[in-house]
Write a protein that binds this ligand. Structure first.
Ligand code: SPV
Ligand code: MN
Length: 630
């Protein structure tokens, strides 16, 4: 360790906290912590190891300091973020980019030196009067080719506690790895807090990613998506690392789908935030491995995947015992759960769409709330935030997959992409091959903005592979990496598209929320070549008789030919218009987009035109099926 770091740590880290730091013999780690102390000037430093008593201390302090409050059910607490801090803040999240090496202009960035000065200026002295917590984690299972060790310094016990639920402990992992300096570093301060323990200076909120040093800075915010460094902030660093090392870090859930005779097939799914990702990951009857971030590697030609995380930070809106029975059970049973930005009344949490009437008064992220209360602009304040969430460990779910901690991950055989698309794509299809899927499902994913990010909702946009907010390398390079990854696999995962939001002319959804359980079964069978399909211009679509059988089997539901035709009719004009938007996006926003993108788009256009010439603008699946070999 350098002498200056030794001096800082000796002077500022007291008692056994100092010994805990010293027993990780890593000068790069000591450098980062000494710098954080120097900059933020905390009164005390608490070093949290993997020991249960250290973790218990964090839990207790989150309550003692008022960032969390116990609810009636044992183990449950709630936390409020401020009214202007209820989602990921795209505008305030920027890459620190060296002047000589800028990123695609679609990615929010600031020149590195100027950005560093700004964010470090805001962090200066920010922890005076407070304790800095130092925590160690591993993204991915420990002791594995997938593991990425991370250190988090924060002055928020809520953030430290959330991370305890969402990630794997990593103090021992750091000790095992000795002097290696290839770990992620995260520094967060909630900044000045009011008496409700809510960040005051949200106008000075900054979330800056210094990928040249694998370091993240976050200040004047508490919302977990902006502060829990291991979540989307680390995903941005992981994408850079994956780019260097030839693997993929993705915004994907992982689930084990059950097939005939007890077979299990692993599928991943990429959906933009608030588009059905967690509820797909948690389908009753299947097993869940993860709901948000997956790492994919080519191990001896096979695609293997792990969950980077160990818990779920899930949207609670619309969670009901009928639609989400597994998670609902955990949310009403004793056990460790942090509820954020719900409505609280008499020690109980309430959320929008919970399937019962809400109280007419209580506490929420705006303070004391009553029905009819308005905000400073005169708009009614909803009882709970749309983006209210729960944080809990995956192993509290009854259908958690047994391979969650497997150091070699699970074999991944299918990937699905889906966004909020009301007018264009059929509810389910399979791409012709890997490249077709990456381009026409992933890189063409259209959606509308949701409450998961701060700002206006319902704005249409393309969101590459549902991960565009987090891509930290040139977008064209990111697409190329995806294309190359599949080319090198012996048998790349099949790529599927899903659209849960397809609507009729009057804006009514054409599917029920639970239909996705059937789609997953169809994918499982396709992967094993056990079900046929119809060749449509945009990919393979299911046959009616297979869906009818699966609807009966899975949902005990009679699926009519009318429903099938309404859902699976190829909307040619809409699809052609979509291709135009996608092409325009890639030409204008994705410098260096691979030539393959444009070739595949053009071929899809040709197929759509050919079908239109034969059948007209709207082509029923039965018409497509005619004349095709079975
Ligand atoms: C998302 O918004 O995609 C989330 C929640 O998973 S967070 O990124 O943590 O805000
Ligand atoms: Mn997410």
């Amino acid at each position: 360790m350098e002498e200056r770091d030794q001096k800082v740590l000796e002077a500022r880290v007291r008692g056994d906290n100092f010994d805990k730091l010293m027993s990780v013999p890593n000068p790069a780690l000591h450098r980062f912590i000494a710098d954080a102390i120097d900059l933020c000037a905390p009164d005390a430093v608490f070093v949290c190891t993997d020991a249960p008593e250290d973790i218990e201390y964090i839990r207790q302090q989150a309550i003692a300091c008022g960032e969390e409050t116990p609810l009636e059910a044992p183990g449950h607490t709630f936390h409020f973020d401020g009214p202007h801090d209820l989602g990921r803040d795209r505008e305030k999240t920027k890459y620190l980019v060296p002047a000589e090496d800028p990123l695609s202009k679609a990615l929010n960035q600031v020149e590195r030196d100027a950005g560093l000065r700004e964010v470090r200026g805001l962090l200066k002295g920010s922890m005076k009067g407070r304790t800095m917590i130092v925590r160690f984690f591993s993204l991915g299972p420990t002791n594995s080719v997938f593991s990425i060790p991370c250190v988090q310094c924060t002055d928020s016990f809520y953030v430290a506690h959330s991370e305890d639920l969402l990630y794997r402990a990593g103090y021992e992992e750091f000790r095992r790895r000795g002097e290696r300096s290839d770990f992620f570093r995260m520094l967060h301060s909630a900044g000045r807090l009011d008496q409700r323990m809510v960040s005051i200076d949200v106008d000075k909120k900054r979330i800056y990613i210094d990928y040249t040093r694998d370091t993240i800075y976050s200040v004047n915010t508490q919302y977990a998506g902006n502060t829990v460094g291991l979540k989307k902030l680390a995903l941005r660093l992981a994408i850079r690392k994956a780019d260097r090392e030839g693997w993929l870090a993705e915004h994907m859930f992982l689930l084990g789908a059950r097939g005939p005779n007890g077979r299990k097939t692993y599928l991943a799914g990429a959906f933009p935030s608030a588009c059905g990702k967690t509820s797909t990951a948690m389908l009753p009857g299947e097993t869940i491995l993860g709901d948000d971030i997956a790492y994919l590697r080519n191990l001896d030609g096979q695609c293997r995947a792990v969950n980077a995380e160990f818990g779920i930070f899930g949207i609670i809106q619309d969670v009901t015992p009928q639609d989400d029975p597994i998670i609902h059970k955990v949310l009403v049973s004793p056990g460790e759960v942090i509820f954020s930005n719900v409505l609280v009344k008499d020690g109980k949490p309430y959320w929008l769409g919970m399937g019962r009437e809400l109280p007419t008064e209580g506490m929420n992220s705006f303070g004391p709330w009553h029905k009819g209360k308005t905000d400073e602009t005169g708009n009614p304040i909803p009882p709970a935030a749309k983006n209210a969430r729960y944080a809990l460990c995956l192993d509290t779910l009854e259908n958690v997959d047994a391979e969650l901690e497997s150091p070699l991950g699970v074999p991944l055989e299918g990937i699905m992409y889906g966004g909020r698309d009301h007018r264009t794509s059929v509810p389910l299809w399979q791409s012709f091959d890997w490249e077709h899927g990456i381009v026409t499902c992933g890189a063409s994913l259209e959606t509308v903005t949701t409450y998961a990010t701060v700002g206006e909702e319902g704005i249409p946009e393309i969101n590459l592979m549902s991960i565009q907010d987090f891509v930290s390398i040139p977008l064209g390079k990111y697409i190329q990496n995806n294309l190359d990854f599949g080319k090198k696999l012996t048998r790349p995962p099949l790529v599927f598209g899903v659209n849960y939001f397809l609507s009729d002319r009057d804006g009514h959804f054409l599917n029920d929320r639970c239909d996705k359980a059937v789609w997953v079964k169809w994918m499982e069978l396709r992967i094993h070549g056990e079900v046929e399909a119809i060749r449509a211009p945009t990919g393979y679509i299911p046959k009616y008789e297979d869906l009818r059988r699966l609807f009966r089997q899975v949902l005990d539901k009679e699926y009519t030919p009318q429903e099938y035709v309404a859902q699976f009719t190829m909307r040619v004009p809409e699809n052609l218009r979509k291709l135009d938007r996608v092409e325009k996006f890639h030409r204008s926003e994705v410098p260096g987009a691979p030539a393959e993108v444009f070739e595949i788009i053009e071929a899809q256009r040709e197929r759509l035109r050919a079908v239109r010439d034969e059948f007209g603008d709207y082509v029923a699946p039965f018409d497509l099926q005619k004349g095709q070999a079975p």
